[in-house]
Write a protein that binds this ligand. Structure first.
Ligand SMILES: Nc1nc(=O)c2c([nH]1)NC[C@@H]1CN(c3ccc(C(=O)N[C@@H](CCC(=O)O)C(=O)O)cc3)C=[N+]21
Length: 290
């Protein structure tokens, strides 16, 4: 039996449609949610992502700005751009596209973003809030994965969840969200001794390593739900995930494709977070007026 293919593109489109409706409601209250995307340098792949994000905003009725900065911009100049966006009332969400050129310190830049506008959920305050079970913004990729599991009726409650890759932007927040949803979580890294022994125990397997073919069918428990977070461009131009799709789909119960899986969900959840940021802004000003 071959696995059900989880259609992230379709789910993302329906979430963006819901966002569009709520944006329309918010506009009647005089507020248009605004997202600023800061892009440093001229990496062509980053340009594509950033353009996709802006197009998704436009379609859902959000205001968006792309701030393109020279690759040689100084740390001080970049920080001053962030500070200006923190003070800009039209902007509810700020995303600084990563990775930054090596002369810039991404930790310092991310901490400079107002936590209330950190729609990536990367700020240390937002990481701490998530860890303590009181999330403000959930990082978009793991948040999108949770939405996919929900839509597929895959309950994390009491399940064995194994995550391969322990990054701050995917693996660690993914572990926190699955734990909060009742899963028993194993977080693997590049030092994990027998990776296959871990992955074979997983009812829910999330792979986020940036290495194509990291997980294959032999490493998957029959019937498991496999979520492939990887997006790798091969020399021949093909886009593949971290999971060897052909062998994995013969064993898994459900699996996300690349492209058309997690990627589109990441963008949809960015819009959800920006909408939430704007809504919080409205309810805050209502409390202040009362
Ligand atoms: N501060 C920050 N936040 C991010 O969220 C962030 C970032 N920096 N830096 C780069 C990565 C990458 N990322 C993607 C989002 C969507 C797709 C996506 O929609 N992919 C399509 C395919 C796109 C294509 O054809 O190239 C898909 O998987 O179907 C891919 C990659 C967000 N990132």
């Amino acid at each position: 039996m071959t696995a059900r293919i989880i259609d992230g593109k379709a789910l993302a489109a329906s979430i963006r449609e819901e966002v569009a409706q709520q944006v329309a409601t918010l506009k009647t209250q005089g507020v248009t949610p605004g997202l600023a995307v800061v892009l440093v340098g001229d990496d062509p792949a980053s340009h594509v992502y950033v353009r996709n994000k802006a197009a998704a905003c436009e379609k859902a009725g959000l205001h968006s700005e792309i701030i393109r900065l020279d690759k040689d911009i100084s740390q001080a100049q970049l920080l001053s751009v962030v500070h200006k966006l923190n003070d800009d009332p039209r902007i509810h969400g700020i995303l600084v596209q990563l990775p930054l050129p090596p002369h810039l310190n991404s930790h310092i830049v991310i901490e400079a973003i107002s936590a209330a506008k950190d729609v990536d959920g990367f700020h240390i305050s937002n990481a701490g809030l998530l860890m303590t079970g009181k999330p403000l913004f959930r990082p978009c990729t793991p948040y999108g994965v949770m939405k996919m599991l929900e839509a597929e009726n895959v309950s994390p409650w009491g399940a064995e969840a194994v995550i391969v890759g322990a990054s701050n932007i995917v693996g660690k927040p993914m572990a926190m969200l699955l734990l909060a949803a009742g899963a028993t979580v194993t977080l693997c890294n590049s030092k994990t001794r027998d990776l296959a022994a871990q992955t074979r125990r997983a009812d829910i397997l999330v792979v986020a390593t940036g290495k194509p073919g990291m997980v294959n069918g032999d490493m998957i428990k029959p019937g498991a739900t496999v979520i492939d977070v990887g997006i790798n461009r091969l020399p021949d131009g093909r886009l593949v995930g971290d999971v060897e799709f052909e062998s994995a789909k013969e064993v898994a119960g459900a699996i996300t494709p690349v492209p058309g899986g997690v990627g589109p969900m990441t963008i949809a959840m960015l819009l959800v977070n920006t909408l939430e940021a704007a809504e919080r802004c409205v309810s805050l000003s209502a409390t202040q007026e009362a």
